[in-house]
Ligand binder design. Sequence first.
Ligand code: ASP
Length: 343
Amino acid sequence: MRARVSFFLLLTCAACNRPASPSSSHDTIGPVTLVIHGGAGTIKRENMTPEREAAYRAGLNQALDSGYAVLAQGGKSLDAVIAAIKVMEDNPLFNAGKGAVFTNEGKNELDASIMDGSNLMAGAVAGVTTIKNPITAAHAVMTKSDHVMLIGAGAEKFAAEQGLEIVDPAYFFDSLRYKQWQRVQQKEAGKEAALIDPYSRDRKFGTVGAVALDRYGNIAAGTSTGGMTNKKYGRVGDAPIIGAGTYADNATCGVSATGWGEYFIRLAVAHDINALMRYAGLPLQQAADSVVMKKVPRLGGDGGIIALDRHGNISMTFNTTGMYRGYITKKGEGKTFIYQDEK
Ligand code: ASP
């Protein structure tokens, strides 16, 4: 009898880890080894030029290739996440690192976080202005300090002590982002205008993120952003907050979010997806749908997530009209997507 119960449990368990139903979010694709995003929002074909679209796809592919190279050589998921995010931080198309949006005071203030699903270690930095690749600083906080989050000048001092690349704040300047900020300032616009993207004229977020699964079964997740245009008073969004913008646990999944940070913080989005898998036994896609498609819009927020479970199933779920996103399988087959109707 005991054996039969165990067998039943085994079957139930295997079933709950399998994708629930095919969906636009690609839960059925696997095994995937790396999934990335470059921000969600109102991203429409009619507002995009072919050149701009090609540039976004090239940026996503470059990030996928960079992360995949680490994994293919037997590297760790953490290093793959860092490699993929660094590429997007260096690309001014994305609102992270170079090309970050401007604050109300005309500065670029960056946030980033990373989490290791094998031991629940995590690191984050917020409000930094001189660290070239904030994701590397988040990783250093996780591995070289006793803390989880460092902010502002303290985080910058720590990064310099760790030998990370420090740049003049002017490095992050991007003229299109600057014009976008000036327009917002002139209009003294509210939240809507603060989300207009200068590259595509669409309302969108531009945060970047990556989640990877390595051959050792370890999941890692990371997120990096410049936050929201015209943000004030040292505002920090969800991206550097463990449990909101980033979470990883080998037992469940890794998640990186993009969207209206205030809502993602209030719902602890990344952790909530993990919790639904762990405590309610939901498969990844159902957990993601429940949080991103129901809870976030119910509260008035918007955005999306990418996630990867321990079997290499992914979710790329968003409640906006688009999300820059892509994945690469264990065989090295990569695919990128921008609009909602792309499968
Ligand atoms: N979530 C980010 C923030 O609120 C914005 C984004 O995703 O682009 O700071």
